[in-house]
Every structure is written in C-alpha cells, then in structure tokens.
Design a protein around this ligand. Structure first.
Ligand SMILES: Nc1ncnc2c1ncn2[C@@H]1O[C@H](COP(=O)(O)OP(=O)(O)O)[C@@H](O)[C@H]1O
Ligand SMILES: [Mg+2]
Length: 562
C-alpha cells in the first residue's frame, strides 16, 4: 500500500522519540506488575503480623511505585502527543505535495469538495501514532507477564479466567469489524456531502438565479440522512459491544469471587491472594479493552488510509516527467493527426485527426464554432491529458517524452474565465514564478499599454480580487490574466477567448499588446471576435475537432496546416 510506505517513512523520521516512548511504556508495564503482589503481602503477611511499622513500610513502597508509574506515564504520553502531531504534519506535507502534482485527468474525476474532505481526513490518522496505539501493543506484552504471575498465584482460578477470553475476543471482533465497515461508509458519504455543498456554494449565483436552492440543498440532505443512518448503526455497535463487555466482566468477577471463596473456605487460597488476583484480572483483559476502545478511533483512521491510498497509488506528474529532457528555446509546435476523447465522454471525439504547424515568432488565430475543440487544443498543448492519439511535437520531439512541467513554464494562458487567488492583484501577480515582486512589476510600469490596463482596475494593483476573482468583473479578471501572462515571460502565449468580456478600448489595447508586448513569441489567439481574428499572420478554422480551412492575413489560403 502506497500509504503504508508514506506512514512508515514519517514514523522513521521520528524513530528516536517513538522508541523512547515505547521503552518507557514497557518499563511502565513491568513496574505495574508489582503492586498487586505488595497488596497481597500487606493483607496476608503485614496485617496478620500485627507490626504497624511493616504495614507502613509496605504502604509507602506501594505509594512510591504508583508515583513512579505516574511520572513515567506522564513523560511517555507527552512524548507521544508531541511525536504524533509531528508525524501527522509529515504525512500531510507528503500527501499535499502528492495531490497537487497529480495529473488533471485523475483529479477531475472527483469533486473538489470530495478531494478537500479526503485531505482534512488525514487528521483522523492521529490515533495511529498516539500513545493509545502503543499502549495496545504494550498491553499485549503485559498480558504474557500477568499470565505467568497469576499461574503462580492460583492455577485453577487462572483457567476459570481464561475460559472467558473467547467471549471477550468475540465481542472485540464484533466491535472493531462493525466500526471498520461503518466508518468507511461514514467518511465516504460525508466526503460526497461536503463535495455537493462546496459545489453549491461555488455556484451560488447560478443556484439563486435558477431557483435551485431547494434542489441543491436536497441532494446534500439526502446524503446527510445516509450519514445519520450509518451513524446510528455505528452507535448501536458501540453500545452493544460496551454492554457485552460489562456483562462478561461481571460474570468473570462473580465467578472469581465464588471460586476464590471456595478456596479460602477450604484453606487452599488466601484473602490477599484473591485481592492480588482480582487486580491482575484488569491487566489480562487490558488488550481486549484497549483494542475495543481504539477500534473506535483507529478504524476511522484505517478507512482514511484506504481512501488516501486510491490517490497515493497514482503517479504524480513530478514523478512521471522526472529526468525527461526539458525544451530549449521554443521554435516549432506541431499537432500531427491528433485524435482525442475526454475520459468523461468516451463516445465523442473532441479532436478528430487535427494537424497544426505553428512557428515562432508568429501569431496564429484559431477560430471556429463552440465545441469545435479550440480549448481542447490548449489543454493538450499544456499536457493536461496524455491519452491522445497522433503526436504533439515541440521542436520536433513528442510532448509526452519531454519534461512537461518545465514546458508549462514556457507557456502563458489568458483564458475566458481566468481564475484568480484571493488577495490583491499585486499578490496574484507576485505568485507567478520567477517574479521578484516589485522589480518585474515596475519594469512593466513604464509601458503605456500596461498602464491603460492597470488603470481599469479600481485600486490599480492593490485591488482586492476576492475568492476565485469574483469581486472583479469578467473583463477586469482578464486584464489581470494578461498582466500575469506578461510577467511570465513565456515563449508561447495563448489567448483563449481572452477578449470575451473586454470593452472596445481594452480590446484595442490587447490587439496592440499582442503585436508589441508579445513580439518575438509564438502567440495562439483563439477568438470569436472578428477584429481580433485579423491580428494573426495565419487564421486556422476549426470544426468538429479538425481543421477545415487556413488563410494568411492577406486572405489567401495557406499551406500551413492540413
Ligand atoms: N472536461 C471535458 N469533459 C468532457 N468533454 C469535454 C470536456 N471539455 C470539453 N469537452 C467537449 O469537447 C468538445 C470540444 O470542446 P472545447 O475544446 O472546449 O470547444 P471550444 O472550441 O468551444 O473551445 C466539446 O464537445 C465539449 O463538449
Ligand atoms: Mg473554448
């Protein structure tokens, strides 16, 4: 399991603390074996001897042992609390890094709410590294030690106790099994529920304008009733298990009382022996009650592990492209007879044998009706999907054999609905790689085209954009995206319906910008706008996933593509 490997690596990083804590716990378990024996000697020897001094000495010894146990327990538990949090942090770090580097084709299969629910579930792994997990192991060791001691105290009584163990075992199995099943269902359904809610909140203005409040809430509510149903089942398992344990425990103590009493009457057993024996009973049952208790906290963790594993087994893009050659200066981008269907829509060809030959420097316009496949060209060019047929060649080498992550840094996109991160425009621009905040921004400051664009933002670069950019108008968001593309200093710049929300003046600025600011680059301009469509050296017409015509800026058919 990929996730096991990741957990082991995290634990190994803190092996010293874990080993130290475990040693302390074993010491604690060993010391804990002694007090019942002292209790026996007090009842069977010190009290009958009539010596107050002996009684006081043994009582003091008992107090000393208990105090020692407390100190050890305090130290080891603290150690585990600190270490488990550090290990969790380690796990979160690895998982976050892994998740964001997964290919889009895998992430897209899940709703974002589902993905974030999986991420926050990592916290549920805590009990796996807490002192509870190690106490369960230590209690199993203790079990063996106690068994040896009680056999020396009273053999028949030990067998009476052992006769009850199968019942404890069955009850423990029942609870941990029930918890495993129900927790898995709870987390799964809970994740789907938060996915639905998140999607609803993201599309709140559509939800309101379409009057979908009740329908959308209804879907989450239906999932909530499923959560409640499974929650009840889980509660019942816990109640039944606890009651069964209490009942079996009462049977054990009554049986022990009866058989000890018989032994004491017959003179084969002592009152002190009974007292010590009873004290050990708790330790014999320790492993069962620990497993029972921790089943309730560990089962959710195990379930979380399973679900994380789904994602951790997938290869990240970081791994997929590690060691592959990076693209040098971009000269030529070709699509050779590329056919592609989206995994989510296997019956429809999004691209059907598309060929394009793009040279740098140059401006190529891509036009065509909705659904023609224009944006798909962009997504494939960025290496978001790798399952296409045919070839996408960068400088004559297939994209899939190149370092796609490095390639993406050479490409800047201005899309129809650019996504901005919560913060100011400046913060969004500074996020872009290779930007030393002020420096690059200031270099752009002197440019009049840039100044016109920035002037359209209410508070210039200090304009807050809101989550996703929703405090800006569509046009303002596109302006930020254009600035972002400028700062990227990319070699390939793609405008995907980038003028959709722009007014005539800004459109003009952008038209000029493509010719001046992005000079020397390979620009791909996807547009419906007839004025912008003339910006290209070449215009390529797309329909139904293939090229249906090409013309040069002079209006002549060009032999560039087929
Ligand atoms: N993520 C997706 N999953 C499934 N089908 C998609 C996806 N994105 C686009 N499509 C489909 O692929 C075809 C081409 O879409 P697209 O390239 O976005 O067209 P456009 O030319 O309007 O940009 C359309 O039929 C569209 O419905
Ligand atoms: Mg599109």
């Amino acid at each position: 399991m990929a996730v096991r490997k990741l957990l082991l690596a995290a634990v190994r990083k803190h092996w010293l603390a874990v080993t130290g804590g475990t040693i302390l716990m074993v010491a604690l378990a060993l010391i804990g074996l002694v007090p019942p024996l002292i209790m026996r000697s007090i009842v069977d020897e010190a009290i009958p001897s009539g010596s107050l001094a002996t009684l006081a000495a043994r009582a003091l010894l008992l107090i000393g042992l208990y105090a020692g146990c407390s100190v050890l327990s305090l130290v080891s538990s603290t150690l585990f609390v600190v270490t488990s949090q550090k290990i969790l942090h380690e796990v979160r770090r690895s998982v976050f890094r892994h998740m964001v580097s997964l290919p889009l084709e895998i992430l897209e299969k899940n709703q974002t709410g589902y993905l974030t629910a999986r991420m926050s579930e990592i916290t549920a792994l805590g009990p796996l590294f807490g002192s509870g997990a190690f106490k369960t192991v230590v209690s199993a060791l203790e079990f063996v030690g106690v068994l040896i001691i009680i056999l020396t105290l009273n053999v028949p009584l030990t067998f009476v106790l052992l006769a009850f163990l199968p019942a404890f075992y069955v009850a423990t199995r029942y609870v941990s099994g029930g918890y495993r099943r129900t927790s898995k269902a709870l987390f799964q359904t809970g994740g789907l529920m938060s996915g639905k809610l998140q999607e609803t909140f993201q599309g709140m203005s559509e939800v309101k304008s379409l009057g979908l409040e009740d329908k959308r809430a209804g879907e989450a509510i239906r999932l909530s009733s499923e959560v409640a149903r499974v929650g009840i089942k889980q509660g019942q398992v816990a109640i039944f298990g606890t009651e069964a344990m209490i009942l079996i425990g009462s049977l054990v103590s009554t049986s022990l009382l009866f058989f000890s009493g018989r032994g004491i009457i017959a003179g084969t057993f002592t009152l002190g022996g009974y007292l010590a024996f009873s004290a050990y009973v708790g330790k014999v049952l320790g492993p069962f009650s620990y497993v029972m208790t921790y089943a309730q906290t560990i089962q959710p963790a195990l379930g979380a592990l399973d679900r994380l594993d789904e994602f951790l087994r997938e290869t990240t893009e970081r791994t997929r492209y590690a060691g592959k050659p990076a693209v040098a200066r971009v000269e030529r981008v070709e699509f050779r007879d590329v056919a592609f269907t989206y995994p989510a829509r296997p019956e429809k060809l999004a691209l059907a044998g598309l060929s394009l030959d793009l040279r740098r420097p140059g401006v190529v316009c891509l036009v065509g009706p909705n659904g023609a496949g224009k944006s798909t060209v962009v997504r494939l060019l960025l290496g978001y999907y790798t399952t296409y047929q045919g070839e996408i060649m960068i400088n004559g080498r297939e994209l899939r054999d190149l370092d796609v992550l490095a390639w993406r840094r050479k490409v800047a996109i201005v899309s129809q609905e650019p996504f901005l991160f919560d913060g100011t425009v400046r913060e969004n621009l500074e996020l872009v790689e290779g930007i030393d905040g002020g420096g690059a921004l200031e270099r752009l400051n002197g440019n009049t085209a840039v100044a016109t664009l920035v002037a359209r933002l209410p508070q210039a670069l200090d304009t807050p954009v809101g989550e996703g950019g929703r405090r800006l108008s569509g046009g303002q968001r596109q302006i930020v995206a254009v600035l972002r593309a400028l700062l990227r200093e990319a070699e390939v710049v793609i405008f995907d319906e980038a003028t959709a929300h722009l007014d005539a003046e800004v459109k003009d600025v952008l038209r000029g910008a493509i010719r001046t600011l992005f000079v020397g680059k390979l620009c791909l301009v996807i547009t419906h706008d007839s004025t912008l469509a003339t910006v290209g050296d070449v215009t390529v017409h797309l329909e139904d996933g293939r090229v249906v015509g090409t013309e040069t800026s002079a209006g002549e058919p060009a032999p560039v593509t087929g």
